[in-house]
Design a protein. Structure first.
Length: 171
């Protein structure tokens, strides 16, 4: 839903005659349902919110901000606290990488894929385990930051959070 934002010339008068309304300057046509970007430190999305963020026009500001940076992200399984540290660098950036997760729930990662499919019956059956994931950002980098710096930061986060030993990282 959209709304019209106009410049109001008098804070004491909250009504205008129809003949005067066309003279008020239009400041913007705003989307009332738009979800404002909370800043990189404020990104915290449940899986269904991540799916909305990568597809819904209401999150256009999020995608615009996130596509300008490379970053280290964290996926947390809300049932047991296990974490996965990943990176989004190069041309795909964060929205590109997170679109993979929104589409299939695992983004191609070995441990996340194991959670996405139940193979107890001998045949892999898709589960909805991804609905339990929480996505956040740990660190962002400018677009020209060398890949080696992003790789080093990702490795440091995996070591600091011990996600190889106790989490969902296998590399």
């Amino acid at each position: 839903m959209t709304g019209l934002v106009i410049e109001w010339d008098s804070p004491r008068n909250w009504h205008r005659r129809a003949t005067r309304a066309p003279k008020l300057p239009v400041l913007e046509i705003a989307d009332r349902d738009k979800v404002p970007f909370p800043g990189f430190d404020g990104v915290l999305l449940k899986y269904h919110e991540l799916q909305e963020m990568v597809e819904n026009a209401r999150y256009a500001d999020w995608r615009a901000a996130l596509k300008e940076v490379q970053g280290i992200y964290l996926i947390t399984d809300s049932t047991n606290g296990k974490q996965y540290v990943g990176k989004a660098d190069g041309s795909e950036r964060i929205p590109g990488r997170w679109t993979d997760y929104a589409r299939d729930g695992h983004g191609g990662n070995v441990e996340l894929r194991a959670l996405a499919y139940d193979s107890a019956a001998g045949e892999a059956v898709k589960t909805d385990h991804a609905r339990l994931f929480i996505f956040s950002l740990l660190r962002v980098f400018g677009p020209s930051t060398p890949s080696s710096d992003v790789d080093a930061a990702e490795s440091h986060c995996k070591d600091a959070l011990m996600t190889r030993q106790f989490g969902l990282n296998r590399n």
